[in-house]
Structures are given as C-alpha cells and as structure tokens.
Design a protein around this ligand. Structure first.
Ligand code: ADP
Length: 633
C-alpha cells in the first residue's frame, strides 16, 4: 500500500513528539479524550437538532482501555467520526491551532516549551506511542477507514470495517528505556488518576473495564483459583463539575469539601465565591479565600493563579494572569467556553477574553472582601491578619494607583478604640476641626502606646492609628490621603493640634530660648538638623522626630533591607518639653556651666534615640555622662 508523507510542517512537529523527553507526556491522554469529547459533542448536538431526543449523554461513553500484555492503549468514542478526507486532512496535517507557526514567529526556545504550552493535540500521542492506528467511521459516510502511522515514515489510509460511527485510536505504547518508563500508560490505576486529573469534568462518561474478583458460587468450576474474576465497566470521571451546579444545589459543605480536596487544605475556607457570568465573555468562577496562609505564602516558592478550564477540560493548573498580586492568596478555578483548549501561555497573556475575565474577577473578589468586612467582621479580621500585608503591598507597589480598590479593605489598630478599624471608620469619627489622619509607627501597639509623641495627641482626644508592619508607612505615603484627609505621622513637624494661644506661647518660648537651642544644635553637630521646643510632649522631657520625606521608622526599614549598601538617614529633630523640670535644669546649666549643659544635651539626645528604638553610637560615653551628672562631677 502506498505510504503518504506528512506535510513538512507536520513532520517537524512529529519528530519533536517522537523524540520528546517532555516530563509531562501524560497530557496526550487529555488531548485525545478532549478530541473524543468534541467529536461526541458534534454528534450529540446534531442529534438534538434533528429531534432525536432519545439520545442521552450516558449512551455516548468514551472508552479508555489498556491491554498490558500487548502494550496497547485504546481510546474510542461514539462521536461523529471522520471521513477518508477528514482523516487525511486532520491527522496528516498539523492542527489548525497554528502552534508551530506561532513558535517560529516568536522563537520560543526549546521544543519542550512548545509541548507544555500548547498541548499540540493528536500528535502528542507520539510522545508515548511508537505506532498509532485510527479507525473511524463518519456519520456522513457508510464506509469506515483505517489510518496508520509509525510517525517517521508517513501514514497509510485504507478501507476498514466498523459497525457504528465513531473513532477508535489504538496506541502501541513505546518500550521502556533506561530513562523513560511508559508502563504507567498501561496501568488502570495510573490511567484512572490521569483521567481524574485532567478530564474529570468531560460531560460524557469516560469508562474503563476493570477486572474484579468475587467468591466462587456453589457448583462453579474453580480451575484451582481462589476467586472468580469478572469484568466490570466503571465510569471514572465525575462529569458534572461542581461549579456547573447552581448555588442552590450546592450546600456549604459541598463547597468546602471540594475546596479541601482540590486545593489540599485541611481547613475550611474563610469564604467561597461562586460566580456565573454570561455575556460578551461567559465564564464560571469558583474561588476561595483560605482561612490560613499557606506555609510558603510569603516566600518565593508560592505560585499564584487559578486553574483554567475550557468547558470542563483543564488547560492550565495555575493561570497567574487571572489574579493580581494583591489577591494572590485566592484559590480556585475559572471555566470558560470562550477559551480554546490549545491556547499557549504566551497567547493567553494577550487574550482579550482572559483579560476581561481577570478584570471581572478582581472586582468580584474586592466586593466579596468588602461584604465580609461589613457582615462578617471577625472572619474578615482573620483574613486580614493572614493576607493584609499583601493588600498593603498592592497599594505601595502600584504607587498608590490601586488605592481606590484596596484602601477601604485596610485595617489598623486604633489608639482610642483599642481594636482594628478601617480608614472609613476613622474618618467618620474625626473631630470637626481635625485636618489629618494621625498615625504612629513602631514595633508593637504596646510600645506605641508608650511613645512620648502620642501622649499629647491622645490626651487631646485624637485617635491615632498604630502601624506595626514595616510596609505600613510606605503604603500610607503612597496613598497620600484618604477621602481627602491627609495622613500625618505623630512625629511630623506640624501636627496642627494647638489653638492660637498655645501657638503664641510656643513661639515666644522658642524665641526666648533661641541661644540655648543654637548651642545644643552646635554641640550635637550633624546628628541633628534642629533642636526645638516641642508642642507634642506632656510628661516626657524629650523626643526625636524627623523633618522631610523620610521618617525614623522608614529609615529603620530601609536600612534593614538586604543589598541596601548606602545607609539612608532621616533628618532628626530633637524636641524638648519646656514644661518638664529637666528644661529648668538645662537653662540653668546653660547660664552657669556650659560643660554641664553639653553633657545634658548628649544625655537627652541619647535618651530620645533610645525611646525611638534607635541604637546610640557610643553607649559607654552615654553611661559615663549619666553617672557624671548624677554624681555632679
Ligand atoms: P485540534 O483538536 O486542536 O483541532 P488535533 O490534532 O488534536 O487538533 O486534531 C485535529 C482534528 O482531527 C480535530 O480538529 C478533529 O477535527 C479531528 N479529530 C481528532 N480526533 C477526533 C475524533 N476522536 N473524532 C473525530 N474527529 C477527530
């Protein structure tokens, strides 16, 4: 019989498959089953159209059968089949998906990539088979045909016999080599797993004959064997994807079980989100917010993404393009009939449908979180504890551009409420005359409560947000304001809390003591930018604040980062409380004993630094200065 050559382009792809050492060669099964499902779909819809309502999906099983002894795997369907021409055109030429053309255009590196990214349809079977026989009978033809190929030398087509329409694909599985074990494609157990993994939601039964054993019945011929064996045909896939059921059909338990099974969590999710959208893009999304951050969530190993399905067939396990980084904690899947099965990762990135799905998902996740915040606060606070950092980072890394989306999801600890509050709640409670949203940064809320800078503000009845994450101040700075209220650190120079007479008082006292402050500034040199009278201190003698864009807290954070060779320095301002007894001592020393005044200055500056959690340059000198002041020597 005449052998026909494959078209040049197909031949190249074929060579690639035959010689493939692609580790996920198992995807061939997904490809063949999905072809079978498509062919069955065509038949099913034609039957429906022509009024043959007697046909049910159950009758149209796709049968997968290994034959270990002969190293054969067959996949047969009762679909529309292929005519002789179709066999020639569909299997003799590379699929229409145009994967190879795309690869050439974009020069996508190694051959392994193309397999992983495209799936490459029918040809992928050559990754595991040395010979393939396809017998098919089309609904449009009385005759059946047999297509056969061992890859390299081309293919043959001849007439064959087959009673019913449909296609049977027989794979002669490759022999094992030193590096490759193909036996798994002949084991019922591993085939079952593959079907579950990739094709669980195919809408037709995927069946396999299994050998079962039973006890002998009385009078049966035992042939010396302990058990009788018989064959049972089992359906392997669950067919109806959970997400194709309606919300009413699904109880909370079912969602939770599905989540735990599918995403390997042992805890119920904090929230299940089920969304059906029909319109310009049609999709179903099933998303979950985990109750706990995965152990590797804040490490480089964590891979974000949603599973992507096209009509129940999995295309990609973790489609990163579906989730922005700030929602990377969301788990779940998206199923859309608008996506083609053989779309590549590269093409997906530019896919309009996918982009519009991603945009809709972002909105949905936001609204669910907001809803949770409103109606299920305790749970929301737990979610925020786990993933809030990611939201804060989202605002910061977008330079505040994502503020509208994310700012009202933030929670901070409030000095007056003694619990986590939203920015909205803060703004609602603001005094009429209050211009700013005040915040303080530090290691813990307990420490912040003791910070000299917060004392006066709290005393005057202002609420302060206590920021304890490294990212916090950067996030607020990139937002600049919330509902037109600017953020202001308790360490900022101008807090705008004094009334006119207080302002006058401070101004006058500052002028009266100008010489002293100049002296102190000169003595401290470059360590400080300024020494001045404080309006924010009540019972404490001194505090350190900063002037300019970089706060003391930001200085700490930036300098603690690795690879940050050039140390960043906030410009420090030493503030003194004129109502504190130490101030009287200071003025007296300045008038009578400049050496003592200098020592006092050193000690006060060191103290202010220590309160801020900043290490002092010379602890020994500090200790000696304190001792000398105490002993008056
Ligand atoms: P793709 O599925 O991307 O089109 P394939 O190489 O997997 O590429 O298949 C090529 C074509 O062969 C299919 O589009 C289909 O027309 C036909 N085909 C493959 N398998 C079957 C089958 N089991 N029954 C009927 N037609 C099939």
């Amino acid at each position: 019989m005449e052998k026909k050559e494959f078209k040049a382009e197909s031949k190249r792809l074929l060579d690639m498959m035959i010689n493939s050492i692609y580790t996920h060669n198992e995807i061939f099964l997904r490809e063949l089953i999905s072809n079978a499902s498509d062919a069955t779909d065509k038949l099913y819809y034609n039957a429906m159209q022509s009024g043959n309502a007697g046909l049910s999906r159950e009758d149209l099983a796709i049968h997968v059968q290994p034959d270990k002894e002969n190293r054969i795997l067959t996949i047969s369907d009762k679909g529309c089949g292929m005519t002789k021409d179709e066999l020639e055109n569909n299997l003799g030429t590379i699929a229409k998906s145009g994967s190879l053309a795309f690869k050439q255009e974009h020069d996508l590196g190694s051959d392994v990539d193309i397999i992983g990214q495209f799936g490459v349809g029918f040809y992928s079977a050559f990754m595991v088979a040395k010979k393939i026989v396809v017998v098919s009978k089309s609904t449009a033809d009385d005759k059946a045909y047999r297509w056969e190929s061992d890859g390299a030398d081309g293919y043959t087509i001849e007439e064959a016999s087959r009673d019913e329409n449909g296609t049977t694909i027989t794979l002669y599985i490759k022999d094992n080599t030193e590096d490759e074990n193909y036996d798994e494609f002949l084991e019922t157990y591993s085939l079952q797993n593959l079907i579950k993994k990739y094709s669980d939601y195919i809408r037709y039964p995927i069946t396999m004959d299994m050998e079962r054993s039973r006890d002998w019945e009385e009078g049966e011929e035992t042939d010396g064997k302990e058990y009788a064996t018989y064959i049972e045909t089992e359906t392997i896939n669950s067919m109806v994807p959970v997400w194709k059921k309606t919300k009413a059909e699904l109880g909370e338990k079912e969602y939770e079980e599905f989540y735990k099974n599918k995403f390997g969590d042992y805890e119920d999710p904090a929230r299940c989100i089920h969304q059906n959208v029909e319109g310009t893009t049609t999709y179903t999304a099933l998303m979950f917010i985990p109750a706990r951050a995965p152990f590797n969530y804040y490490s480089k190993d964590y891979e974000k993404g949603l599973q992507l399905y096209s009509n129940g067939v999995m295309i990609m396990d973790k489609c990163a393009d579906l989730l922005p980084d700030y929602f990377s904690f969301v788990k779940g899947l998206v199923d859309s009939p608008d996506l083609s099965l053989n779309i590549s990762r590269e093409m997906l990135q530019h896919d309009r449908q996918l982009k519009s799905i991603a945009a809709a998902l972002e909105k949905k996740i936001k609204s669910e979180l907001k809803n949770m915040l409103k109606n299920d606060r305790d749970n929301y606070e737990k979610v925020f504890k786990n993933f809030g950092l990611q939201l804060k980072f989202g605002i910061y890394s977008s330079y505040g551009m994502k503020k509208d989306l994310l700012a009202d999801l933030l929670l901070y600890y409030s000095s007056s409420e003694k619990k986590m509050v939203t920015l909205d709640e803060y703004v609602d409670r603001m005094k009429e005359s209050q211009k700013y949203i005040y915040y303080a940064c530090g290691e813990s809320t307990a420490k912040l409560d003791m910070l000299p800078q917060t004392e006066m503000l709290r005393d005057k009845g202002y609420e302060i947000l206590y920021l304890t994450d490294d990212i916090d101040e950067f996030t607020l700075k990139s937002m600049q304001n919330y509902k037109e209220k600017e953020f202001r650190s308790v360490s900022d120079a101008d807090l705008d809390v004094e009334d006119e007479s207080e302002k006058e008082e401070i101004k006058k006292a500052s002028e009266d003591n100008k010489d002293l402050f100049d002296f102190m500034k000169e003595h401290l040199g470059d360590s400080v930018k300024e020494v001045r009278l404080s309006n924010r201190l009540k019972s404490h003698p001194v505090c350190l604040t900063s002037d300019g864009g970089i706060s003391l807290e930001m200085e700490k954070v930036l300098n603690s980062m690795p690879n940050n060779e050039e140390k960043i320095k906030a410009s420090r301002v030493l503030e003194i409380n004129a109502n504190h007894p130490i101030f009287a001592a200071l003025t007296q020393a300045y008038a009578e004993d400049k050496d003592k005044a200098a020592k006092l200055t050193d000690v006060l500056f060191a103290q202010a630094s220590l309160i801020e959690g900043i290490a002092i340059d010379d602890p020994v000198a500090y200790a000696n200065a304190v001792c000398s002041l105490i002993s008056d020597k």
